[in-house]
Design a binder for this molecule. Structure first.
Ligand code: F0G
Length: 450
């Protein structure tokens, strides 16, 4: 049986092509825009390939008790909604997905909204949401016979790609901005055996170089311009809906970098509504760092097109000035009734420490979601009775240097701390060096225990 039911539709001009006919850079030959995967058989009610929502909900729940490797994946458990492979047997999986949805009691109390949850995508095999997209797109690369795969990355995509390539027996080429990614992520690419080149460029520069390389060599591009990445990355939307018994949250808040993830989650919710799995979609809001905020600028100035910026932020994962998927993300925000905001370096650092204090932790780029939620609450955009899900995209251990610098008090400069000193001091937990005696430890603890 052929499991492949998809075609590609250009997001700009609407032209349709077969999956195998895409150009190496995944740009439309007619208009240069990006493609989206679509499933023509889903169109009509009662249509031949249209999945039955009641049967799917039952099947997906049954698979949670299954011993089959494919069913153990939180991506391929939902495979009826991503029929992109000729055979699902070709899927390369590391048991990605099935990530926890945690309540955030401290944030809920502080903001007066009881139902605030974190979908922790950092709990994936390589520690970020990229695994859900990588299992999908790398499986396509393997099935189509590629020997090399490549990505430009701020670190997490490269970690995920290197791991899945190693599992599949493919060679991996990683291009990263020199000195501008967190060490934990670079170490992963090395550990999984990727060929890693650090270029004297930012992320956008690395992606430009790679886009030329894939036109000249048989290397499969695995950045989120590759529409199959987004098929995997839409599955956390299914997990969230399933965890809420097919009621969706009122708000979903997502960090914005290259803008593939917000596009993917929006597609996931849209398809579930089209298929009758859910009745409505959440408001999807995208949060950027204040000095890497081209989409927030575009939307607040009502501009017709995105103006690239030179990006700066310590949240290196989202240090991106020319995001590829801005059109898709802008449509998701508009159609869902969400917002796009930016948050300062200070707001990110405080929010990250607060997520740490919930016992969860995340990497800096993920913390923009809580910082953005606070802003949305202050603007009256979120009501106390509503349900909010923050998408935490990466694990706290990805960027331990950032965390240590915050707690030592060396992360932010004085100008950034001004006006927030009390808040920051209440969150800081420096590691103190003491004499190795019980008396010294008890003296240091004085007033804190009992
Ligand atoms: N959060 C983390 C932890 C990320 O690594 C990224 C992107 C984002 C958020 C933004 O997601 O790009 O889909 O809007 N990291 C990419 C990378 C660019 O190369 O790892 P996006």
């Amino acid at each position: 049986m052929n499991d492949n039911l998809h075609q590609l539709r250009c997001f700009g001009c609407g032209s349709r092509i077969a999956g195998a006919d895409a150009q190496p850079d995944f740009r439309c030959a007619q208009c240069g825009d990006l493609f989206e995967v679509e499933y023509p058989g889903w169109g009509q009610r009662g249509g031949h390939d249209r999945p039955n929502p009641g049967a799917l909900k039952w099947l997906w729940r049954e698979r949670r008790c299954s011993g089959e490797p494919l069913d153990a994946s939180g991506v391929w458990r939902f495979r009826e909604l991503l029929p992109i492979l000729d055979s699902f047997g070709n899927a390369i999986s590391l048991r990605e997905g099935n990530t926890p949805l945690y309540h955030l009691p401290r944030a809920a109390k502080a903001l007066g909204i009881d139902r605030i949850f974190a979908k922790h995508q950092g709990m994936n095999p390589t520690g970020s949401f990229k695994d859900t997209g990588m299992t999908a797109a790398l499986s396509v690369a393997k099935e189509r016979g590629f020997e090399w795969v490549a990505c430009a990355s701020t670190g997490n995509t490269s970690a995920a790609m290197a791991a899945y390539a190693a599992r599949a027996g493919l060679r991996a080429l990683v291009l990263i901005p020199d000195g501008k990614i967190a060490w934990g992520k670079l170490s992963q690419a090395m550990d999984y055996g990727a060929v890693t080149y650090q270029l004297k460029a930012d992320f956008d520069g690395c992606l430009n170089v790679l886009t030329e390389i894939v036109k000249q060599a048989p290397i499969y591009l695995l950045n989120s311009v590759n529409p199959y990445r987004l098929e995997g990355q839409k599955t956390p939307a299914f997990e969230i809906a399933e965890a809420m018994d097919w009621n969706v949250p009122d708000h979903l808040i997502v960090p914005g970098g290259n803008l593939g993830n917000s596009s993917a989650l929006g597609k996931g919710f849209r398809e579930m509504r089209e298929l009758g799995l859910i009745a409505r979609i959440p408001r999807i809001s995208v949060i950027q760092a204040a000095c890497a905020n081209p989409l927030a600028r575009m939307i607040s100035s009502h501009a017709a097109a995105l103006e690239p910026v030179e990006a700066h932020t310590r949240a290196t994962a989202i240090r991106i000035g020319n995001p590829a998927s801005w059109r898709k993300a802008a449509k998701v925000i508009e159609e869902s009734g969400g917002w796009c905001l930016d948050v300062t370096e200070t707001e990110i650092a405080i929010a990250k420490a607060e997520i740490g204090a919930e016992g969860l932790g995340c990497e800096p780029a993920s913390a923009v979601t809580l910082a953005g939620l606070k802003k949305l609450c202050a603007q009256g955009a979120i009501q106390p009775s509503e349900t909010v899900v923050l998408v935490l995209t990466g694990h706290t251990l990805k960027d331990a240097d950032y965390t240590i610098d915050f707690h030592r008090g060396t992360l932010l400069i004085d100008d950034e701390k001004r006006g927030h000193e009390a808040e920051i001091d209440a969150l800081r937990r420096d590691a103190v060096t003491l004499d190795a005696t019980p008396a010294a430890v008890l003296a240091a603890l004085k007033g804190q225990v009992g």
